[in-house]
Design a protein around this ligand. Sequence first.
Ligand code: CP
Ligand code: NVA
Length: 330
Amino acid sequence: PVNLSGRSFTKLLDFTPEEINYLIDLSQNFKDMKRAGVPHRYLEGKNIVLLFQKTSTRTRCSFEVAGMDLGMGVTYLDPGSSQMGNKESIEDTARVLGRFYDGIEFRGFKQTDVEELAAKAGVPVWNGLTDEFHPTQMIADMLTVKENFPTGIKGLKFVFFGDLRNNMGNSLMVACSKLGLHFVGCGPKDLMPEQGLVDTCKKLCEESGGSVTFTDDPKAAAKDANVLYTDIWVSMGEPAELWAKRIELLSPFRVTKELMALADKDAIFMHCLPSFHDTNTTIGQDIADKFGITEMEVSDEVFESKQSRVFDEAENRMHSIKAIMYATLR
Ligand code: CP
Ligand code: NVA
């Protein structure tokens, strides 16, 4: 039987396929309870703290609502309001917060920072996104895939279009390799993932029956795909000056209706969000004015289409974060 009590959740690489599947199934249980209005205040009396060095909508709100539904007290610390990183080291922050709280969420830049928190805090630490990985998103994403392919997700063709070096490209490649999906990374040669991580994933595939391949041909990638996934072209923490270069490099990899037409007839579109599928945001409008484009990584048509699962996926963040906290704090 799977027992994750006391474990931190800083990257999916630390977990076995059995443990990952357990968390996905537990997320489904919490989703069913929430839908049925069944109370689940299983962690009453515990307290958690959420440390954010970057902005967030889904991750912060998921941890807050999940924490409250489980009966816990929740403290949110925004990028400017704690001593961490400015006056106090990560190591000292970890040792202090570990005395107050039963669990710590961290969203920041360096993966080594979340690992250090986990090593020093003495309580479970959950990675709410770093430049390298976004592991809580993976449980929500694989739950979403499972909901749409209930007969099994092993063997599905899962294509990620875009910046293969970012946290989402890395994390999805690991998740697919652990769970036996066929991951296809489709992007320009300049934005391929680190070879070391690719080698690790290929090893995992020998066990799981999955595969990892790369192409810069979007049509070949989309052909017969079951899941088409993309992410923003410039990630949090990257300089705004990168937009010009990224638009030039990544425009051929926009997920369009034409690409969706090449995929399997039951294919779904996914995106972790936030997304620039239109220009209804300040940054989106800025880019439209500067570069004359109104859509970036995905066309508005695909984002709004029947095949799009992006809001189920967003909802699933909350259920899966609940599962991760429950499994590690129980
Ligand atoms: N997908 C995701 O992590 O969204 P936020 O940045 O809004 O938390
Ligand atoms: N790659 C994106 C993911 C946001 C959830 C970023 O890091 O900004």
